[in-house]
Design a protein around this ligand. Sequence first.
Ligand code: SF4
Length: 708
Amino acid sequence: MVDTHCPYCALQCAMTLTPSGDGVQVAPRDFPTNRAGLCHKGWTSTQVLRTPDRITTPLVRDATGELVPASWDAAYERIVSAVRRAQVQHGNDAVAVFGGGGLTNEKAYALGKFARVALRTAMIDYNGRFCMSSAAAAGNRAFGLDRGLPFPLADLGGADAIVLVGSNIAETMPPAVQHLAGARGRGGLIVIDPRHSATASLADDGQGVHLQPLPGTDLQLLLGLLHLVIQLGGVDESYVAQRVSGWDEVRAQAVAWWPARVMSATGVSDQALRAAAQILIAASPAAGGRGAYVLTGRGAEQHAHGTDTVTAAINLALALGLPGRQGSGYGCITGQGNGQGGREHGQKCDQLPGYRKITDPVAREHIASVWGVAPQDIPGPGRPAVELLRALGRPGGPRVLFVHGANPAVSGPDATVIRERLRSLDLLVVCDFVPSETAMLADIVLPVPQWAEEEGTMTSLEGRLLRRRRAVQPPADVRDELVIWHDLAERLGARSSFPVEAAETFAELRRASAGGIADYSGASYDLLADESHPVHWPVAIAAGTPRLFLERFATKDGRAKAVVPTVASVADDVRPDAALYLLTGRVLQQYQSGAQTRRVPELVRGSGDNYVQLHPLTADRLSLEEGTFAEIRSARGVVQARVRLSADIRPDCVFMPFHYDGLVNANDLTTSAVDPISAMPEFKVCAVDVRPCDQANPVSRSLAEEAV
Ligand code: SF4
């Protein structure tokens, strides 16, 4: 029996794995975040270990275009010669790396080092850019530090009010719903979502308020809430005076967002807005309440103005005096399993381990000393994910790409362009354990272990370090990424050593992170072995820091910075000929691009095929019925999906899950527009036209392909 944590989301539910026969049994463990709960994905997680199409040997594309089994030496040889050729002809940045928010801390760290020291390229970024980067940017700007939840999740239980802005945790991380019980029982759950989602329904029957704005208008809605907090006397003036800078400008902006103006922008009534503001004010410590939390999810963040939307949420929390106070606060609900740790140790194009800036000379010197290289040998900042992926194979762009723990062929915005760019490369190398859609485009696929077959650490949504433990051995010819990077670094003549063991890599990571914002130096595998002793970063000493900002924020002056957000419309606005907004999101049984969960029969039976959700009034207007097929067309692509009717969605929107590939990939429709600060794409909203279609002719294609 081995105690570990679920492979999927950032809740990192605790579980025990027991090998039995030819399978591995899963049992939930009691733990502060999941309290002995698991969702359907967690219960079935070990089935992916035995998936029939598991990749168990290196695959190399041969002269006929087929991926065929090859030796590790042959695969390495081809990789090294392609890297050398590309860099001689086009410079070091002709080789790029795309990482993932599901990699362990050790692998996230080693991948950043591999890119900069072995490949000597600045071109590294990762799929976490798609997930939390706007909240990270807003958190850094306001608090001087980005840790998703700067408090333990269990703290939510004591609050009178919890605001969820664009988060559907009832489907994405169901065990976390337990922590909403206190606020729901006191009528204090406020859910902001264009759909009456499973989470929004938790506010029904007097348990709170659901605000259902037009997509892309969360920022205006939050300004309206702040306006009412000011008007109703809910501002914690003493907190603002002592702990916040920039408040006067933020107040001046919010004063101009009166309820009628907010209603005209968002469609949310004065009455609903006022009810939410009153709940928040009553819950705030200044009014004698038990406390309140403002939490953001991808619905607020995945926009071309996501950083400013999160900033508006932070401003609301600051006005109420919540951040940096026990029992209250602001937080971002991280999505990917190691979305937190994965963004701290060097996978981001502008970052070095310990959440250090790559442009900071002191940081460069410190990391160079740990890596045994000269500071000037560490490349500067590279390109963020969308820009990097769209530059592949173009003049001046990368010619060789390594992909680790990601499936951008499905999960990238405007995915048909990304697939086209992946196909244009001189060499695509993908490390994976299943033939994901990206792996199937690769020239070389290297088989790697799955979560239950590896050792390492993860950092959960509350910044808590957790041990991931090996319960079973991987197939014989599978190699750990740490070994792969070590072998390739040696063949490329890297001037630094690459440990092959997770524990050794963690020891190096601790030294690299020492003194940084995300300081792990006081942690150790021994310390993390005892889960009754929680370790949240920063952990320069073994005690760790469960609650941040109680004395001061991590800014230079110790005050939180209230920033005036810029109000903008969605990047892909509704045109007269495309009268609906498409929203994308998740369903209970699937995870991210679905590369793992679409291989679990039980989950596939539960979620069914992809679908498009419409309001019955919209369907009636478009002559669509439940179960028929609709064609959904944006300025970038066209897909078909089966119609599901629901009054839970606004009549001016349609919804599609984004977990599916091929003919029904919602990301063939989404826009590549990105936030100017975080470079996070606007996954959440794009203009579409929807019409009936012939189910016998399912298609998914870019408009360019259609024209051919
Ligand atoms: Fe828990 Fe998330 Fe795994 Fe579900 S997917 S069991 S919520 S960690």
